[in-house]
Design a protein around this ligand. Structure first.
Ligand SMILES: *[C@@H]1O[C@H](CO)[C@@H](O)[C@H](O)[C@H]1NC(C)=O
Length: 186
C-alpha cells in the first residue's frame, strides 16, 4: 500500500507541474459514437498536444495494433536529441459498452490511464482526451490531436480545437507538435 501510494505520487507530481490543475473532478465529455476499434488501429502522428511541453521530443507517433486477446499493442516513438526512443504499452477497452474509452498503461506496475477517443474519422484525424481526478478536489487533463499524416490542414486543427472547447476542455495552451524533417533523419 505504501509502495503504490509513493509510486502514485511520483507520477502525479510531474503532471501537476506540467499543467495547471483545474478545480473539481474530471468532466465527462462525449466520446465517438459507434467507435470502431479496428479502424482506429495503425499509425497516428501527434499534431498538437496539451499541456505544452516545449523541451520534449519531436516526430512523436504511435502505432496501435490489435492483439489476438483483444488488447492493444501501443508503440510510441519520438526523436529526442537525435535519438529514436520507443516505449511500448498496452491498451484495453475497459467497458465494452463504452468502446471509445480506452485505457493505456506503459508499465505493468501502473494503472491504466484514460485514453478517450472524443472524435475520429479514422482516416484523417482523431481527438484524444485523458483526465485524472486527484482526491476528487481537482483534476489534470491531457488532450491530443492526432493525424494519419505528419501535417494537417489548419482548418482541421481549428475544428478539432473547437470540438474540445465545446466540451469545456481548455485548449488555449495547446501547442503544435514538431513533425518536420522526421523521415529523412532516420
Ligand atoms: C505497427 O506495428 C505492426 C505490428 O507490430 C507492424 O507490423 C507495423 O510495421 C508497425 N508500423 C509502423 C509504421 O511502425
Amino acid at each position: 500500500m505504501k509502495f503504490s501510494l509513493a509510486l502514485g505520487f511520483a507520477f502525479i507530481l510531474p503532471l501537476i507541474r506540467a499543467q495547471v490543475p483545474h478545480w473539481g473532478p474530471c468532466l465527462d465529455p462525449a466520446v465517438q459514437t459507434a467507435f470502431n476499434l479496428k479502424q482506429f488501429m495503425g499509425r497516428w502522428f501527434e499534431i498538437a498536444k496539451l499541456p505544452a511541453q516545449f523541451e520534449k521530443g519531436r516526430c512523436i507517433e504511435t502505432n496501435f495494433t490489435l492483439k489476438t486477446d483483444n488488447s492493444i499493442r501501443v508503440v510510441s516513438s519520438e526523436i529526442l536529441k537525435a535519438e529514436l526512443r520507443k516505449i511500448e504499452g498496452t491498451g484495453v477497452v475497459e467497458d465494452i459498452k463504452n468502446p471509445a474509452k480506452l485505457g493505456i498503461s506503459y508499465s505493468y506496475v501502473l494503472p491504466y490511464s484514460p485514453y478517450w477517443i472524443l472524435s475520429t474519422d479514422y482516416v484523417n484525424v482523431a481527438l484524444v482526451y485523458s483526465c485524472t481526478d486527484i482526491l476528487r478536489l481537482f483534476h489534470v487533463d491531457f488532450a491530443w490531436i492526432l493525424g494519419r499524416t505528419r501535417s494537417m490542414p489548419e482548418a482541421t486543427v481549428q475544428k478539432a480545437m473547437d470540438t474540445f472547447a465545446k466540451n469545456n476542455i481548455d485548449v488555449s495552451r495547446m501547442i503544435p507538435s514538431k513533425q518536420q524533417g522526421c523521415d529523412k533523419t532516420l
